[in-house]
Design a protein around this ligand. Structure first.
Ligand SMILES: [Zn+2]
Length: 277
């Protein structure tokens, strides 16, 4: 049984503030160890549940956050950016039985610690076929296209609740309870390690490949906090402006959906100006 762990940082133990997960900050240096501990807990749980191999795919920011020297030696780690499936790179390999979302968070415009979708700000909402979609939601569609179920989700309590919208059978582990977007009641790593390890051990039983979902099309709508971002991103092929601050596109596969969405976010980020956004 081969498992992929998609590891994001905003939902890691103790992370509640932008500096905690902004590469280069002293707070980020400290939180890298907490993040690595969460990932190691998931690795341990999956091996306890019968996994034969685990690939950890870094999924946050520059995708260079985890401490390889402290990683459980049974796992392998994919570090760095520019990957075909970005946050869920690895699920395309035919021997993968399940994927875990560790350190995830709620989507743009939703309540939750460090809630956002791809961009830290600028995007105020993403909908797929009219349904609010977090990063977990989007990535679950990509995994489903390859027949890989989401079996474990960790993050704050609201992220665990959000998981029910895209992976109702997944096991969840809340490492903190949201108080505001920048505040949470946090459980210490000694506690969250065991929480995540136990959850991953149960999740291992759900790692069974499903029939690939290949017959869907996706209507994606992205809302920004300013009009010029809609104007800029409407230049992306297939993307059309649907309102002053909104664009939309239709994709005939989850693979096309996530690639177009990533392109939209890249163009939007390049169009953001200092102070005025
Ligand atoms: Zn992130």
């Amino acid at each position: 049984m081969r498992v992929v762990i998609s590891a994001d940082m905003e939902g890691a133990t103790g992370v509640t503030w932008p500096d905690d997960c902004e590469p280069g900050n002293p707070a980020w240096q400290r939180c890298r160890a907490l993040f690595t501990s969460d990932v190691n807990a998931a690795v341990a749980g999956f091996f306890d549940g019968g996994a034969s191999s685990v690939l950890v795919n870094e999924a946050h920011s520059t995708m260079r956050n985890l401490l390889l020297e402290d990683l459980d030696p049974r796992a392998e780690m994919l570090t760095g950016r520019h990957k075909d499936l970005t946050m869920v790179e690895g699920v395309q390999h035919p021997d993968v039985s399940g994927v875990a979302f560790v350190g995830y968070h709620t989507g743009a415009g939703a309540e939750g610690v460090l809630a956002h979708t791809y961009l830290g700000n600028s995007i105020t909402g993403v909908r797929v076929d009219g349904v609010p979609a977090s990063e977990g939601y989007l990535n679950s569609l990509v995994a489903a296209e390859f027949g890989v179920p989401v079996t474990l989700v960790t993050g704050d309590d609201l992220t665990c609740r959000d998981a029910a919208t895209y992976a109702p059978d997944a096991v969840t582990a809340a490492v903190k309870d949201c108080v505001s977007r920048y505040a949470a009641v946090c459980r210490p790593p000694a506690v969250t390690f065991e929480l995540i390890r136990a959850a991953a051990e149960r999740a291992a039983a759900l790692c069974v490949r499903a029939e690939p979902v290949t017959d869907r099309t996706f209507e994606v709508e992205v809302e920004f906090d300013a009009t010029h971002l809609a104007a800029a991103t409407a230049a992306v092929p297939t993307v059309r402006r649907t309102d002053v601050r909104r664009v939309a596109f239709t994709a005939d596969s989850a693979y096309a959906m996530i690639r177009t969405f990533k392109t939209v976010t890249t163009v939007a980020a390049a169009a953001v100006e200092n102070t005025y956004g």
